[in-house]
Design a protein around this ligand. Structure first.
Ligand SMILES: C[S@@+](CC[C@H](N)C(=O)[O-])C[C@H]1O[C@@H](n2cnc3c(N)ncnc32)[C@H](O)[C@@H]1O
Length: 169
C-alpha cells in the first residue's frame, strides 16, 4: 500500500524545519488539513511567504490559510498551474522560492508543464528543492523524468514514501 497524504505532509514539514526556506510555492492546495496550513503553522521566523496556485480552492482549505492570507504570509493565485500568468512576479529577485511543492494535476503532461513553468519563470533558487507528491504513480513519474531530462534537473525517487525530490543538476 502506498503511503498516505500524511506521509507527504510530515516529509515536507521536516524539510521545512531543516531547510528554513524563505519562500515556498505550492501547486495544489487540496481540501482540508492541508500541507499549506500545517506548514504556515510550523514556519520559522525567517519564513516570508507561501505562494499557492490552485484552480479550484476548497472552502475549508481557504479557511485554514485565511489568517495567513490576511497578514500577507500567504498569497493564493487562483487559476490553472499551466497558465504562465500564475507565475508572474514570482521571480522578481525577491520572491524566488527555495522550496516548491508540486501536487496539482497528476498527469504526465500536467507534471511536465508544472516543472516547465517553474524552470522557465526562474522560480527555484539555485540550491532550491522541488518535492513531487505521488512520485510513485507511473504518470507522475513519467512527467518528472521527461522534464528532468529536458530541463536539467537531478531527481531522486523515493518510492517507499510515494514522493520524488528534484533540484538543479
Ligand atoms: C492532491 S490535492 C493537493 C493536496 C495538498 N498539496 C496537500 O498536501 O494537502 C491536488 C489539488 O490540485 C488542484 N489542481 C489540480 N490540477 C490543477 C491545475 N492544473 N492547476 C491548479 N491546481 C490544480 C486540485 O484542485 C486539488 O486541490
Amino acid at each position: 500500500m502506498l503511503p498516505n497524504k500524511e506521509t507527504y505532509r510530515d516529509f515536507v514539514l521536516g524539510l521545512v524545519l531543516q531547510m528554513r526556506p524563505h519562500h515556498i510555492l505550492e501547486i495544489g492546495l487540496g481540501s482540508c488539513h492541508t500541507t499549506a496550513a500545517e506548514l504556515l503553522h510550523y514556519a520559522e521566523e525567517d519564513f516570508e511567504k507561501l505562494f499557492v496556485i490552485e484552480k479550484d480552492p476548497n472552502p475549508v482549505a481557504l479557511e485554514e490559510i485565511s489568517s495567513a492570507m490576511d497578514d500577507g504570509r500567504c498569497e493564493l493565485r487562483k487559476g490553472d498551474s499551466r497558465d504562465p500568468a500564475m507565475y508572474e512576479g514570482l521571480s522578481d529577485g525577491q520572491n524566488t522560492c527555495d522550496l516548491v511543492l508540486v501536487d496539482g494535476l497528476h498527469t504526465a503532461q500536467g507534471v511536465y508543464s508544472d516543472i516547465q513553468m517553474i524552470v522557465n519563470h526562474n522560480i527555484l533558487t539555485p540550491d532550491g528543492v522541488i518535492v513531487f507528491h505521488d512520485g510513485g504513480a507511473s504518470n507522475v513519474r513519467l512527467g518528472i523524468n521527461q522534464a528532468a531530462k529536458d530541463f536539467g534537473l537531478q531527481v531522486l525517487h523515493l518510492p517507499a514514501l510515494n514522493l520524488s525530490i528534484g533540484k538543479y543538476a
